[in-house]
Design a protein around this ligand. Structure first.
Ligand code: HEC
Length: 129
């Protein structure tokens, strides 16, 4: 016999190859997903530290006047930068902290604040409504 019998093993091989490839791709995707979740759940130690501290609103208000009011207005009503009224209702704490320290959105600079000062500002941002 020539035709079919000689091609049969070849087809079977390709089938196994395809299954192997699919399994490989699936495992690779799983590994990537797990790594992604791990990275997402791991929070910046600075942010964790800020969130652990119970910040002082009064101190935060002073720090806000010194560092932020020039752009966001003395009452956080907005000026060069947007109004920050009710900001804590629409942004998570971690996002607010990142906004202040990252400098991702010029012209807002990145602030290098001690975790205590950052949590004071965060406490103050929570009073805006
Ligand atoms: C030089 C001007 C400037 C200073 C100083 C400044 N900001 Fe900003 N800020 C901005 C601008 C402009 C934006 C809008 C950025 C964008 O989204 O493109 C912004 C955005 C923000 C946002 C996000 C608002 C939103 O609706 O998402 C927060 C929160 C914020 N600033 C807090 C602060 C705090 C707290 C300080 C002081 C520690 C500060 N900013 C100092 C200009 C400034």
């Amino acid at each position: 016999m020539t035709g079919p019998s000689s091609t049969a093993p070849k087809e079977a091989n390709t089938g196994i190859g395809l299954v192997r490839t699919l399994i490989l791709v699936a495992s690779f995707t799983c590994i990537l997903l797990v790594l992604g979740f791990l990275l997402l759940s791991q929070q910046d130690p600075y942010i964790q530290e800020v969130l652990r501290i119970n910040g002082s609103e009064e101190n935060g208000a002073i720090l806000f006047r010194m560092n932020c009011a020039a752009c966001h207005g003395i009452n956080a009503q907005g000026l060069v930068g947007p109004s920050l009224q009710d900001i804590a209702a629409s942004r998570r704490d971690a996002a607010l902290i990142k906004q202040v320290i990252s400098g991702r959105t010029p012209p807002m600079p990145s602030f290098e604040l001690e975790p205590e000062a950052m949590s004071d500002i965060l406490a103050f941002l929570h009073t805006l409504s």
